[in-house]
Design a protein around this ligand. Structure first.
Ligand SMILES: CC(C)(COP(=O)(O)OP(=O)(O)OC[C@H]1O[C@@H](n2cnc3c(N)ncnc32)[C@H](O)[C@@H]1OP(=O)(O)O)[C@@H](O)C(=O)NCCC(=O)NCCS
Length: 203
């Protein structure tokens, strides 16, 4: 399993995925604040006063985590609009011995329903399996979050079961379903991802 992941940009047909810089703070705050009702419904960290200091702390932690190989957070931009922050997507190794990792994402609310999460996740799975060398990647989805379940289904994740009261969101413990994708499953589906326009290259 690879430790030092290059910090360059990764691309998909419509998107650029790149590590965070300090200068992303304002665009990140704007994106989080404009998406607060949907984000705070499913995720533990967004709050109504999310501001520049929260974004700068996230970016600083993200840069350290990348250097230490603990997590790889990508900012999402479109090729046509390099300014608007479309969302975040991350992959983090959870066990070096088991070559296991996890993926997580969010997309700003005024850009959902356009396939952005699926396209970005396809590219991050490529990072997970082909660059980091993971053997198994999981995704945890809050029960009731159909949009995120659809992303998992479209990418060919297999639903494994239920994690009871897994994450505390706004004072309530939410059950999550656990989904996984194995390296051989990714390799089998990779050409299909490209055919569906989620990845550039070898179809
Ligand atoms: C979940 C999320 C990332 C999806 O982003 P997105 O860019 O809209 O995802 P995609 O467009 O790639 O796919 C969404 C799919 O869900 C479907 N969908 C969306 N809302 C739905 C709903 N209420 N019921 C059923 N299907 C729904 C869409 O139609 C689409 O499926 P399709 O391609 O078969 O039509 C986004 O809604 C989000 O950020 N939500 C808040 C944070 C969050 O939940 N993060 C994930 C935590 S696991």
């Amino acid at each position: 399993m690879r430790r030092g992941l290059p910090a360059g940009m990764r691309t998909t047909p419509r998107l650029a995925l790149r590590p965070f810089h300090r200068r992303d703070a304002e665009a990140l705050v704007e994106s989080v604040c404009s998406s607060l009702p949907e984000l705070s419904r499913w995720l533990p960290w967004p709050h109504p006063r999310y501001g520049r200091s929260d974004a700068l702390r996230f970016i600083r932690d993200s840069q350290t985590a990348w250097e230490e190989g603990r997590a790889h957070d990508f900012a999402l931009r479109s090729h046509t609009d390099g300014v608007t922050h479309l969302g975040n997507i991350s992959v983090w190794p959870t066990s070096r011995r088991e070559q296991a990792g996890e993926v997580g994402y969010w997309v700003r609310s005024d850009h959902t329903g356009q396939g952005i999460a699926t396209e970005a996740a396809a590219r991050v799975l490529q990072v997970a399996f082909e660059e980091i060398g993971l053997h198994r990647v999981v995704l945890r989805v809050a029960v009731g979050n159909r949009a995120s379940e659809r992303v998992a289904e479209k990418l060919g994740f297999v639903r494994e079961g239920l994690l009871r009261k897994e994450v505390l969101v706004a004072g309530t413990w939410l059950d999550h379903s656990l989904w996984s994708l194995l390296d051989e499953e990714f390799r089998r589906q990779r050409a299909g991802y490209a055919e569906r326009g989620w990845l550039v290259g070898r179809a």
